[in-house]
Design a protein. Structure first.
Length: 363
C-alpha cells in the first residue's frame, strides 16, 4: 500500500525530481572530488540528461531506474558535504596554529601548500614570498638549499624525523624545530613531503642560559672544570690523535690578593682569562679550575704549537702589565694513551712547576 503511494508520487513528480537530480549532479561536477561516488554522480547525471532527451528509456510505470539514480545523487551529495567539511577542518588547522609554520612540497621540491605563518617567516628570514608552484631552492643560498634537499629526499623515502636547525639572520640567531613527514595518496604512495617548523628560539635561548650558568665560571666568564672535563671526554670519543692540555697558575697571586685586596685579585683573574681567550684558537676550551689555576684544552694541537701559544700569553701579560706573571705547563698525547683529564692535568702541572722552578733560579 505504502510502496504503491510512493510509486505513484514518484511517477507523478518524476520530471521535477529529474530536474532536481540534474541540478545536484551539476553542483557536484563544479567541485573537484576524488572518490568513486563522484564518478557515480557523473554517471547518474548523464543518465538523467539522456532521459530528458529520450523519455522512452525510462518506464513511467516502473520508476526503479529513477529512484536508483536519485539515491546515488543523495549519497554523493552527502559524501561531498562531508568531504567539504574535512577540507574546511584541514584549512582551519593549517591556518589557526599561531606558533607552527607548515609547508608542503611535491616530489619535484615545489610548494603545494604554505600556511600564513610560514609565508610570514619566509619573508622575514629568507626575504621571499613562497607561492604554490614555486621552487624554494631558487630563493635560498647554496647551504640552505642543499640542507632542504637532503631533508626532503629523506622524507621521500618514507621516513618521518625531527631535528633542530640554527638559522643566522643579521645579528640574530633563530632556533627551529623541524619535522619532515611524507605525504601518501590512497595507494600509500609518497606524493610529497610535509614540513612543520616550530620556532623554539625563546625556549632554546633559555636552555643555553641555564647551560651557561652550569658550565661557566661566574667571575672570569670562561668555562668551569665540569665543562672542560666533558669536552675532554668528547675528544676521546672522537678519537683525537693529538690532545693537548695546558695548565697555568699566577705567580705570587696570593701576595697580590692579600696586599691589594680581593677586588684587585678578581681583576687580575678576569684579565688573565681575557688574555687566554684572545690568544688561544677558536677550537680551544678555556676553563678556570679554581683559585688562580686555569686549564686550556687544545684538540688537534701539537706540543710545539702549544709552547708557542704559551709564549704569546706571557708576552701579552707583560705588555698589559697585569701585575703578576704566569707559569704554564703543557702535555700532549693521543686518545690511545688511555689517560683521563686528571692524568693530563697532573703531567702538565708537573711541567708547570718545573718551569716555575727554572724561573725562580733565573731570578
Amino acid at each position: 500500500m505504502i510502496l504503491g503511494k510512493v510509486s505513484d508520487f514518484l511517477i507523478k513528480h518524476q520530471r521535477l525530481l529529474t530536474y532536481l537530480s540534474i541540478f545536484a549532479a551539476l553542483m557536484l561536477l563544479m567541485r573537484l572530488v576524488y572518490d568513486l561516488l563522484t564518478y557515480l554522480s557523473i554517471f547518474a547525471a548523464l543518465m538523467l540528461l539522456t532521459h530528458l532527451v529520450y523519455d522512452a528509456w525510462i518506464d513511467h510505470d516502473n520508476p526503479t531506474i529513477l529512484v536508483t539514480l536519485v539515491v546515488i545523487l543523495v549519497l554523493c551529495t552527502v559524501a561531498s558535504y562531508l568531504n567539504r567539511r574535512q577540507h574546511i577542518l584541514s584549512h582551519f588547522i593549517l591556518e589557526s596554529a599561531k606558533l607552527i609554520n607548515v609547508y608542503a612540497v611535491d616530489l619535484d621540491y615545489r610548494f603545494i601548500a604554505v600556511n600564513k605563518n610560514d609565508i610570514r617567516l619566509m619573508e622575514e628570514v629568507f626575504h621571499f614570498t613562497p607561492k604554490i608552484g614555486d621552487f624554494p631552492m631558487n630563493y635560498l643560498d647554496s647551504e640552505e638549499a642543499a640542507r632542504l634537499k637532503v631533508s626532503v629526499d629523506r622524507a621521500k623515502k618514507g621516513e618521518t624525523f625531527t631535528f633542530m636547525d640554527t638559522i643566522k639572520t643579521g645579528d640574530k640567531t633563530l632556533y627551529w624545530q623541524n619535522m619532515y613527514s611524507p605525504i601518501y595518496n590512497n595507494r600509500q604512495k609518497v606524493i610529497g613531503v610535509f614540513c612543520f617548523v616550530l620556532d623554539v628560539t625563546e625556549q632554546r635561548v633559555h636552555e643555553l642560559e641555564i647551560q651557561k650558568i652550569a658550565y661557566e665560571d661566574v667571575l672570569t666568564r670562561v668555562h668551569n672544570r665540569r665543562y672542560i672535563e666533558l669536552a675532554f671526554e668528547e675528544c676521546l670519543m672522537r678519537k683525537e690523535e693529538r690532545i693537548t692540555v695546558i695548565i697555568s697558575d699566577l705567580d705570587e697571586f696570593k701576595e697580590a690578593n692579600d696586599t691589594f685586596g680581593h677586588a684587585t685579585g678578581d681583576k687580575i683573574l678576569i684579565e688573565f682569562g681575557d688574555i687566554l681567550t684572545k690568544i688561544m684558537p677558536e677550537s680551544a676550551v678555556i676553563a678556570r679550575l679554581g683559585g688562580d689555576e686555569f686549564a686550556v684544552l687544545l684538540p688537534g694541537v701539537s706540543e710545539n704549537q702549544a709552547e708557542f701559544l704559551i709564549k704569546l700569553v706571557q708576552a701579552e701579560m707583560t705588555l698589559k702589565d697585569v701585575g703578576v706573571t704566569a707559569s704554564l705547563g703543557v702535555y700532549t698525547d693521543s686518545y690511545q694513551s688511555h689517560k683521563n683529564f686528571v692524568d693530563f692535568c697532573a703531567i702538565a702541572d708537573k711541567k708547570m712547576y718545573e718551569n716555575k722552578s727554572q724561573k725562580g733560579e733565573r731570578r
